[in-house]
Design a protein around this ligand. Structure first.
Ligand code: ZN
Ligand code: FE
Length: 254
């Protein structure tokens, strides 16, 4: 039985650990200590690491984990990340044989230019691309790139579980309400996620169906969000990319 456990790191990162009773895979270990502590406590052997992009809060633990556990380390070919043993790109398939999993690499540029996500047929590890009720900042890419990346992810099955790298959900919902305030699913989600946080629980994983219903950045063709974008642009947006760009800009200033 495969389990996915969040290892909290820094202020709001989650390092995801996929594991059974013997073996483990980590996603985006920004720091090694909580990972080592987890592996030791459960007697797990770390055989692979998946890296979504080059930012320090996602790769900071690689060197120490490599020295100690010698895992294969998969990461985006388009970014220079010390310690990567297997450079991957959009369309590649990674066999995690110990788990009987085939993991598809999905190129998701926008937050960074080489950013990739990993999809195992039911779970999506999407780093800083798709967040619960939000999306990553455009540090390197363009709105068109990020919008295209999110559209690709939105084509996965509705029951796909979304494991993103940060607990930003409550503040993302607060922003979403300013642009999609009449959305009943969003208001209902806010109550549910607030209750989870009040109980000290993560709001993740989410599902793609829930994101499509509540995440403004996946709803750029909905009338309410077109109207919100128009208010920011002070003109009618020409297409969904312009809606996305206006929403992302509003979120940056929020
Ligand atoms: Zn990042
Ligand atoms: Fe990050």
């Amino acid at each position: 039985m495969l389990t996915v456990t969040p290892l909290p790191a820094f202020d709001d990162n989650y390092i995801w650990a996929l594991h059974d009773a013997r073996d483990a895979v980590l996603v985006d270990p920004g720091v090694a200590e909580p990972c080592i502590e987890f592996l030791e406590r459960h007697g797990l052997e770390l055989f692979a690491i998946l890296v979504t992009h080059h930012h320090g809060d996602h790769v900071g633990g690689l060197a120490a984990l490599a020295a100690r556990c010698h895992p294969r380390i998969y990461g985006p070919r388009q970014e220079s990340i010390p310690g990567i043993t297997d450079a991957v790109a959009d369309g590649d398939v990674i066999a995690l044989a110990r788990f009987g999993l085939q993991v598809r690499v999905i190129g998701t540029p926008g937050h960074t230019l080489g950013h990739v996500a990993y999809y195992d047929g039911s779970r999506l590890f999407c780093g800083d691309t798709l967040f619960a009720c939000g999306c990553g900042r455009l540090f390197e890419g363009t709105p068109a790139m990020m919008s295209e990346s999110l559209s690709k992810l939105a084509q996965l099955p509705d029951d796909t579980e979304i494991f993103c790298a940060h607990e930003y959900t409550i503040s993302n919902i607060r922003f979403a309400r300013t642009v999609d305030g009449e959305n009943a699913a969003l208001l209902e989600r806010e109550k549910r996620e607030q209750a989870r946080r009040a109980a000290g629980l993560p709001t993740l994983p989410s599902t793609l169906a829930l994101e499509k219903a509540t995440n403004p950045f996946l709803r750029c063709r909905e009338p309410a969000l077109i109207v919100a974008a128009e208010a920011g642009l002070k003109r009618r947006p020409a297409n969904a990319v312009e809606v996305f760009a206006a929403l992302r800009q509003a979120k940056d200033a929020f």
